[in-house]
Design a protein around this ligand. Structure first.
Ligand SMILES: Nc1ncnc2c1ncn2[C@@H]1O[C@H](COP(=O)(O)OP(=O)(O)OP(=O)(O)O)[C@@H](O)[C@H]1O
Length: 361
């Protein structure tokens, strides 16, 4: 296993890229720690697959280096990188049985028969296919074939990393949860470096210890699920993670006070003078209806089972908040309070680091 370092990496699919817009991956430095369980999360087209294919060697980056430990593998072919990769759609040998498919990566590397038998049995149990080991892959459903692909990805213990590219797309919802749990268990047991690409925040947050969020070809934040929730480093993270995402208001910020269209909003910390386009961000969980505060026009209230979502506008900017079950609310005018310690400040979409705690009132 190895730490994977991406150094000054950038990639364009064009032979002669002219500007930043021509790069699918903008220049980045990133380290994947040995043994980490990472999710690579972002909207469609943000560059997740490109990044994964550069790590596995399917794609050579236009710029920069890829290191496994101290070894520079930028020009090394996939076969030399000792990586297992599971794709969105099944890659199995139709003429082989489930057992032969699972055993293939081990036989290929000359492992002895007793080891292969034991390991294949273990993986088959993990993917819930121990009863189908002698069935040929040809007649199986896409769902079952994808489970075999996952099993094949996980069967070798000596890989540098296992890369998963949206592996659960074709799996039914109940089995998705089951397989994710199994992947986590496998990670705890064997400590492989795992990188799991998804555009589904639930998958990312339940699988990973660290989530790497990509937006328009850049890594915008790497953090634990709690960090991404509490302190989104970029407005995209605030918007993309959470349901509904973070509220953003255009504001002026001075010290520990923000003003939204002149209305004072106390902040939980003190901020340095901030240029650019300034916004304050607060998650729907930390906004409540009050007798005074920011004036809101309530447009509608949606019942989503466990709670209700109030959707409204503050000076024309959309706002969402979660209403407790017992809080009556109707459309019309009201006021909002934002929990000061839960507000983040953004300048040109990037989070501004506070310089100190808020002064005592
Ligand atoms: N072979 C290719 N040739 C040219 N452009 C490509 C190629 N593959 C990807 N791109 C472009 O590079 C950008 C990043 O694509 P990529 O597939 O890495 O994103 P992604 O985040 O994995 O998206 P998705 O979740 O839809 O798979 C996109 O604009 C895409 O159109």
């Amino acid at each position: 296993m190895a730490r994977i370092t991406l150094s000054n990496l950038a990639h364009s699919y064009l032979p002669k890229p002219r500007g930043e817009a021509d790069f699918a991956l903008k220049e980045m430095d990133h380290v994947w720690q040995d043994g980490g369980a990472y999710a690579l999360l972002g909207a469609s087209g943000c560059g997740k697959t490109t990044l994964l294919n550069i790590i596995s060697g399917l794609l050579r980056p236009s710029r920069g280096r890829v290191l496994f430990g101290e070894r520079d593998v930028t020009d090394a072919p996939t076969a030399e990188r000792n990586i297992a990769q599971v794709f969105q759609f099944p890659v199995v040998y139709d003429t082989m049985t489930v057992r032969e498919n699972l055993a293939f990566p081990l036989r290929n590397r000359g492992r002895d028969a007793a080891y292969v038998e034991a390991r294949v049995g273990q993986i088959a149990r993990m993917i819930g296919m121990e009863g189908a080991l002698d069935t040929r892959a040809r007649g199986l459903t896409a769902d079952a074939k994808q489970k075999i692909s996952l099993g094949r990805g996980m069967v070798r213990e000596d890989v540098n990393a296992i890369l998963f590219d949206e592996p659960l797309t074709v799996i039914d919802p109940h089995m998705k949860w089951e397989l994710r749990t199994q992947l986590k268990r496998l990670h705890r047991e064997f400590g492989h470096t795992m990188i799991y690409v998804t555009h589904d925040q639930t998958e990312a947050l339940t699988f990973a210890d660290k989530v790497v969020v990509m937006h328009e070809g850049r890594v915008v934040q790497t953090g634990t699920p709690e960090e991404l929730f509490e302190t989104p480093g970029h407005t995209f993270v605030g918007y993309f993670i959470g349901s509904p995402g973070m509220n953003l208001f255009e504001a002026e910020v001075s010290g520990d006070m923000a003003r939204v269209m002149g209305h004072p909003v106390p902040l939980g910390a003190t901020y340095p003078p901030t240029g650019g386009r300034v916004q304050i961000g607060v998650r729907p969980e930390f906004v409540s209806l009050a007798d005074a505060g920011l004036p809101v026009t309530i447009r509608r209230i949606e019942d989503v089972g466990r709670h209700r979502i109030l959707r409204g506008e503050v000076f024309g900017q959309p706002v969402n908040l979660l209403l407790p079950e017992d809080r009556p609310a109707a459309t019309g005018s009201a006021f909002l309070q934002l929990a000061p310690e839960k507000i983040n400040v953004y300048s040109d979409d990037w989070r501004v680091q506070p310089v100190g705690a808020r002064r005592a009132a």
